[in-house]
Design a protein around this ligand. Sequence first.
Ligand code: 73E
Length: 807
Amino acid sequence: MTKEEIKQELRRRLRDNYALELEDAGPVELFYSLGELVKAVSNEKWQKTWKNYLTEEQKQVYYFSIEFLPGKLLKSNLLNLGILEEVRQTLADTGIDIEELAAVEKDMALGNGGLGRLASCFMDSIASCGLPGNGNGIRYDYGLFKQRFMDGYQVELPDEWLKRGNVWEIRREGKACDVHLFGNVYMKRLANGKLQPVGENQTTVRAVPYDTGMIGYQNGIVNTMRLWSVEIPASEEAKYQNLTQRRTIEDLTAVLYPDDSQERGRLVRLAQEYFFVSAGIQSIIRYYKKLNLPWHSFSEKIAIHINDTHPAMCVPELMRVLMDENGLNWEFAWDITVKALSYTNHTIMAEALEKWPIHLMKQVVPRIYQIIEEIDRRYVLSMQGIHPEDLIQRTRLLQNDQVYMAHLAIIGSHSTNGVAKIHSDLLKAVVLHDFYTIYPERFNNKTNGITERRWMQLANEPLSKVMDKWIGTSWRKNPKNLKLLLNFQDNEEVLKQLRQAKLVKKAELADYIWETTGIEVATDAIFDVQIKRLHAYKRQLMNLLHILRLYFQIKDHPEIDLTPRVFIFGAKAAPSYSYAKSIIKVINETAHMINTDSTLQGKIKVIFLPNYNVSLAEKIIPAADVSEQISLASKEASGTSNMKLMLNGAITVATLDGANVEIKDAVGNENIYIFGLTEKEVYNYYENQDYSSQKIYEEDKELQRILDAFIDGTIPNVEFEGREIYDSLLKFNDEYFLLRDFRDYVQAQERIDLDYKNWALWQKKSLANIANAGAFSADETVKAYAEDIWQIEPIFAHTEKEGTTNG
Ligand code: 73E
């Protein structure tokens, strides 16, 4: 599209929809008109893409995830359509700043953190690599809560993201289907002697899909993310005359559960899981039937991916549809199911491994429970005589009156993967070791990745321009080419320009900090960033212990030569996770104490930015100098903010946990600050049970003073929270070994302080991080999934092949 065409289209939409001239329109009208325009451009490609998949009978993957976290889509869609610059200039010619209208869009925050954001990075990469792939999830009326601070406490407000409508979605009434919940199921013998399950007293709800185009990066491909919303079916209207009854149905897709790394044992959550699984499986079957192929070809055309265990009911639901609705026998249906399905595990945290009480399953999804029971029975039977009895008992689905969802996902699929090397190794060696002995061939690793389109091209334009200038633009299509930057490690001009680009983003963030908190920060200070969900294992508290150490140091020696630092936090705590909320309160109170103490001469500042989300991440990450990845080794499955920060030239201070291990291998020891216990040492402590935080406390005077600050009034207004934290570290023996890792962490921080003083040295390290970040491109990750797990091919490869045969 030319600038002139864009202008004309925009004018027409503003006139038709709002009776406004371009010059008179405000950001809201402009945003919606531009959104409509973008949709019109992409819809043509969207239609071509799905028609193409259909006529070519391309094998497609369906990525089932209870969370998607796309953030804002306007600029990302413009970039991927290849018209971002044209649109920006067209608007600028009329005196409009594109950033102003982009800010109108609400973040689509239908996820909690890493798991949901990974799903969205994958959606972008799958389309950008020309792979036939679809998302399947839930269209929550309310996304993740908005976080405010009041007196330092987290307060949660509803996220009404749909209030002004959502330009990107298309409601597809014609593709709606029914989902049955509750009631009883009994078996009826048919005339042919077969048993047929019949449901009675069931609740039938309507699942209505809303589709959003997932636009590939300048390749003409638009895939589909399908999110389901619940409605009362017309046939059932009479049953739901009173509002309370209606609400119980409508509540099904009302809110996203705000827990990360925690299981949620609630009836509505279970119903949510079944709702989007059933609707998704039904729509796949409907599509497959259009192809008019025999059932045994199913897994040649369809791959279904289970993102964590939340969609694990894909296993019994696919069985149900194949058997109950299409007459297949068990063995045949099972063979199809196992071949079509695959599963990703995202955590080893025991509290996040889903287990559903059997009585709840029987109540909410009675037919599904029957099938689960049968899967369990056949599993035990098939393993007898092959494996020892105790192993079979430990791996079966039903134990302790619960359904183990991970067991269901592993037994019912052909692939189980972890999300970083160390995590996948731990699954094989410890967490899922029993399954590894039974199905060694099913286990594999797929290290997470990120899309550099959002996390560099869009979020960090100054850096992107420096890259273009020195290594050309090929990295934009192929992030692996970021490596070319290594040719300029010793080029002072390049180092200077990289530093300048960082400074621009630091100044922007400093402005934002000033506007939102009223606190002034200096851009020549180290911007030290920890952004992720608030969780004990991620150890934001250890970061705070280090901050308190610096505080006392400056108090004792005001003349001390410290490199000024701004500690920046972004983190939401699950509303029910009171310990995490106490940490937020204590960080906020410490921040206030430090930021208002003029005797510290501004040497340290602590900024806790409220409402961390995708859009805020896009502001913070490009401005970061230091990336805090300090979880206790073995606990963080992968992490992905570590990759985004590295890509933007931040240098990582890290434990050997999750993908940090691979980041270290990629950049080399001299370009990362590694500290702390290794995963093996952590497991040794578990085995020997010989950890004593009390002992460390008694032997370390400085640590005593820091911990005492939580209870002796040094940190103000934390009488309750300070005591809770103090006790967790001493009375309850410090579950995540903060005190054990503290000294090593402090030393790493001291090296950072020193190295930062030599800007060229620092900038060189930073360059190495940017250059090696291509290894963590989600494009590469999804290509590995496509080849090893899903067995799908890019559409181009397909047409090219056709071309060769024809020509
Ligand atoms: O390490 C991260 C990982 O990078 C992990 O904690 C996170 O997934 C990311 C992407 O692979 C994760 N989230 C959850 N489990 N692991 C989770 C659990 C229950 C509810 C919601 C999210």
